[in-house]
Design a protein around this ligand. Sequence first.
Ligand SMILES: C[S@@+](CC[C@H](N)C(=O)[O-])C[C@H]1O[C@@H](n2cnc3c(N)ncnc32)[C@H](O)[C@@H]1O
Ligand SMILES: [Zn+2]
Length: 265
Amino acid sequence: MLLCPVCNAPLERVDNSYKCQSSHSFDISKEGYVNLLTSSKAGDKTGDNKDMAKNRRKVLSAGYYELLACGLVEKIKSLYTNGELLDICCGEGYYSAFAAEKLPGINVYGFDLSKEMIRLAAKRKSRAQFFVANMKKIPFADESFDVVLHLFAPFNSAEFARVLKKDGMLISVVSGERHLFGLKEVLYDNPYINDEAPPDAPDFVLSEKIKLCGKINIDSAEDILSLLKMTPYYYHTPSSGLERIEKYSSLETETEFVLFVYRKK
Ligand SMILES: C[S@@+](CC[C@H](N)C(=O)[O-])C[C@H]1O[C@@H](n2cnc3c(N)ncnc32)[C@H](O)[C@@H]1O
Ligand SMILES: [Zn+2]
């Protein structure tokens, strides 16, 4: 299923690397992931940085977004007992590893542009396999996957449709209206609600919209700061808001997730 990012030919595993017929070769790292990016020119985007990866890892591993992980698994389980799943822009691998653990018949693959994210993902030591790759050119053959997950990341309709099987399912997740509203009330004088807009998906038909609503209690100042740093709010908050949040040692807030379930046109 894996394709060479240089010449698009299939990649075969040979000892500790993946090779194509033209001898392009990609080593399996000591952590177990494979870097399939070909370009490292200065100025190329490299995805989320080390600090963002560390904060995302801390917050997700603490279980604050378990509502979403369970919701995803329930939806997949209701339709599939086996097959192939791809987690696009998988970050540090929380949802991929969760799916690998809870869905034993399903082979799980995840990739992200950020090497820092994928290094952490591979360290989860789950059954899922991880790659550094760009969603603009996904290194998998056409119609490889039964289920494709896409959570809080850039969307690429044509490329996501290409790797999905004919009757496969894409689940794209965005933040619900009041997601983290309790946090935003501390940060901003006039907090706004999210618009819950679905992605622009011309290659898909929407088959279901599922909304998951919960409450979390973040029980340390350190976790509050990590949560803030894994969201875009950290970079758009006035210093007065950041000073206010630093005084909190616990915080209750809503979590809201919207799952758009798509079929291929
Ligand atoms: C907000 S994070 C979400 C990560 C993960 N889906 C989660 O929910 O934990 C967005 C991720 O998209 C990745 N990303 C951004 N542009 C990308 C691209 N062109 N190809 C692959 N990943 C990309 C970033 O590196 C980052 O890990
Ligand atoms: Zn090649």
